[in-house]
Design a protein around this ligand. Sequence first.
Ligand code: GRG
Length: 302
Amino acid sequence: MLKKDIKDILKEYALRFNQEIARYFTFPQGDERRVSEAMHYSLTRGGKRLRPFLVYETAGLFGVSFENSLNTAMALEMLHTYSLIHDDLPAMDNDDLRRGFPTCHKQFDEATAIIAGDGLLTYAFEIMSRPSTVSNCQIRCRLIEMLANAAGAFNGMVAGQMLDLIGSAYSIRKDDQEDLIKRIEEMKTGRLLRYAVEAGAVLGGANEEELKALINYSRRIGIAFQIADDILDVTGDERTVGKTLHKDENQNKMTFVSLYGLDTSRQIAVDLIQAAQADITMFGPRAQNLKDLASYIINRNH
Ligand code: GRG
């Protein structure tokens, strides 16, 4: 039988995932309905669903079903979507286009977009705290703490965003620039990708050795993902990527591409992906989708 392409496997998962979103929404009758609509708008306009897929595939290594990984996957996608809404705001990246559609503040208004982000962030934790996410309280608390840590201000996504906004990479020695860029990218983009894999492993009851291997895999794909994003910013097609491009260059942002150029950056990403694939050989053919996804991450066009 012909092997299915990872792009199609991801699309099929995204379709299934998208069909479940309605179950997570209620739209109040009063004027407050507007914020639910804005949350729903941003969650349902496009999105590759990479993070949910990573949760599903990693948990699947240990026999966890789609249904039993769905709450964790959904909460993570909501949290990711909040970060995109806030990142697009005029005070941050000031973007009009996200996932090929008007950004939340363009479709609604700025204040609504801010609280839609807040709403998605809060709802993510409500979903995680539900007994249906995982019946074992200890595992549930562990997953919630891990998510707060990955998204948070000390060593997580919010910290990465702060560093990125300060944009201090230009003011330091060249030798230290790569370290700083890696730190920003590991926190800003990497921590949620890592959470996806780690949460899947915890849901599946992975042992220490398995968890370590999966964390290594996720850290490497996290950096490669960001490098691919930086490359797309320079070489991509705006209609396909679905967001404004050349922003890094226009904002004079320090990235792997500005530091090393396109070819070396591509090579660094390829090496990372090969190492990530080697990290998970212990899982044998069951991890084929995770291996293929790693390659897809650097070969994607959006
Ligand atoms: C506002 C606290 C706060 C954080 C924002 C995630 C983030 C931090 C900013 C987004 C800026 C950005 C474009 C980062 C590059 C990596 C990234 C997260 C890309 C978007 O993820 P994809 O490609 O997007 O998985 P889809 O739309 O497919 O979900």
